[in-house]
Design a protein around this ligand. Structure first.
Ligand code: ZN
Length: 275
């Protein structure tokens, strides 16, 4: 048989075309896949541009209105500081100080005995409750004095003035007609643990004085004259002298951190007597 070289050429060409065809098809498939991936990725990029999405997601539908919030609780009504008179001597909130005297002939109609003293009936249950609560805590409060009439105050003031001098008396003892004791709502306590401090500045540091300063408000009492309120009240500190005004007001004062009745009720005070 005579070799026919053209056949080899034709075969070679066919093989080459075949290889190129398979390769080309594979290449086209790869390009198509890559193109699809690229298109898909590009599509995502267009829908959610990362930087704008973080800053302002304008592609999201905006809510048409703020969702309804929980209704706010009604504000608590402000404590009514005008519910009692500060000038009527029968009012639980009457203020008697060097600027506001009490009528010479005023005597409360409802005085009752508590220990050695007389106080108004409206305050008596809280005096008893306070003394009992202190006793439960091992603190021995002794009721020393409560109501004093104008005449009795004149005697007490004259005595302290004779013993300690006018200037001292002015700082610690009211002139007759200007004493809170005449309201029947002020109570002086003695210390059962340290009687040497009775009616002395050191009373405030006795177990009884410390307890009164911490717990008096729970029973409607304020320590009327303190180191902090001397300029307002016009009296030197008297840790033993408590004034009953009722638990509502003392709770409010405690919450507010109010340091004196004058400040709580907006009444003038000070160390000077009028005239
Ligand atoms: Zn007193």
């Amino acid at each position: 048989m005579t070799p026919r070289p053209w056949r080899s050429v034709v075969l070679a060409v066919v093989v080459v075309i075949g290889v190129l065809g398979v390769g080309g098809a594979a290449t086209g498939l790869w390009i198509e896949l890559a193109g699809n991936d690229a298109t898909r990725f590009q599509g995502l990029t267009e829908v959610v541009p990362w930087d704008e999405a973080l800053v302002a997601p304008t592609h999201l539908a905006q809510p048409s209105a703020t969702p309804a919030a929980e209704p706010a609780p009604a504000p608590e009504p402000a404590f009514d500081l005008a519910q009692h008179s500060t000038s009527d001597p029968a009012s639980p909130w009457v203020i008697v100080n060097k600027q506001h005297p009490i009528a010479q002939d005023h005597e409360p109609a409802d005085l009752v005995d508590v220990g050695r003293a007389r106080v108004r009936a409206v305050a008596a249950p809280d005096v008893t409750a306070m003394v009992d609560a202190a006793q439960q805590a091992g603190v021995r409060l002794v009721v020393r004095s409560g109501y004093r009439s104008y005449v009795e105050q004149a005697g007490a003031r004259a005595e302290i003035e004779a013993r300690r001098g006018f200037a001292h008396a002015e700082r610690y003892s009211a002139r007759p007609g200007f004493s809170e004791h005449q309201t029947g709502l002020a109570v002086d306590f003695d210390s059962g643990s340290d009687p040497a401090c009775n009616l002395q500045t050191c009373f405030a540091r006795t177990a009884e004085g410390v307890w009164l300063a911490q717990h008096g408000w729970e029973f409607g009492f304020v320590v009327r004259y303190t180191e902090q309120n001397t300029a307002v009240t016009g009296y030197a500190p008297e840790g033993w002298h408590l004034r009953w005004v009722g638990r509502d007001l003392t709770a409010w004062m405690h919450e507010q951190g109010t340091g004196s009745l004058e400040e709580a009720l907006g009444v003038a005070g000070g160390a000077e007597y009028p005239g």
